[in-house]
Design a protein around this ligand. Sequence first.
Ligand SMILES: Nc1ncnc2c1ncn2[C@@H]1O[C@H](COP(=O)(O)OP(=O)(O)OP(=O)(O)O)[C@@H](O)[C@H]1O
Ligand SMILES: [Mg+2]
Length: 287
Amino acid sequence: MLLEVKEISKKYGTFPALNPISCNMESGELIGLVGSNGAGKTTFIKILSTLIKPTTGDILLDGKSIVKYPMAMQKNIGYLPQDIAIYPNLSAVEFLMYISALKKVSKKEAVKQVDYLLETLHLTDVKNKRLSDYSGGMKQRVGIASALLGNPKIIIVDEPTTGLDPEERVILRNILSKLACSKIVLLSTHIISDIEAVATSIMVLKKGNLMFHNTPEILLHNANGYVWEYILPIDRIIDDLTGVSSMIQTEQGIKIRQVCAEKPFSDAMLAKATLEDACLCVLEEVF
Ligand SMILES: Nc1ncnc2c1ncn2[C@@H]1O[C@H](COP(=O)(O)OP(=O)(O)OP(=O)(O)O)[C@@H](O)[C@H]1O
Ligand SMILES: [Mg+2]
């Protein structure tokens, strides 16, 4: 499948939440969508999911406009919203069977898929408990299972790792990575490690602008030469924390890691960029 995003933008009233964005997404890709709070990630995702219409622009799915024909998308998408609504009185099995029915999956197939997803997402032991008794992370996993039901060709998940513990985040990362072999997977997150090693491309949004869209390798390459480390005496406080990605107290003083176009301090040494540094470089517009 090919999804062509053509100059889509979104205004809420007069507020420009998304400035014109163009990009292509193809089966086999896992696209990591990153950006600070309010960057426009959910807005972009809601437009792709046909929940809201763009103010301008169009999106073509295999050549057909999903703005004009939302059904073309709705038949193919598994979408996990940022704030999922789960029916508290249902068990995970009942909820997932209900979603399967909405997605018009046959009963026999639904039983098979629900079983498989509950097992994969480590929910089998609690599958008959009421969802109101689930922890936040467990509810999130049920939401993920509901998005994967019906084997959709496009999977769009908006901050799916919120509330998941580190082990569960790794499980989810691996599931999505496997799915992306044959599907389009778009994953929005604040946590760069969620997409590290699995994203085939990364989109960085800032205040409604697409600042970067390319492979992680290129992002890392671009950041080389802009990541610095230096040690400051404990009593020397820096006021401007722009671009500082970490401050660690050591015996010698405070070890600071900072992205910066120029050497920020006379003793600063260049360090190898991580994906997190590289995203920070884009957000701070270091290059
Ligand atoms: N329905 C709405 N009406 C008015 N403004 C909105 C609406 N939805 C979002 N916005 C604004 O549009 C901007 C983008 O919001 P959006 O939810 O897309 O950001 P986000 O990147 O998903 O943020 P977060 O990381 O907090 O989820 C924000 O400034 C937000 O306040
Ligand atoms: Mg959001």
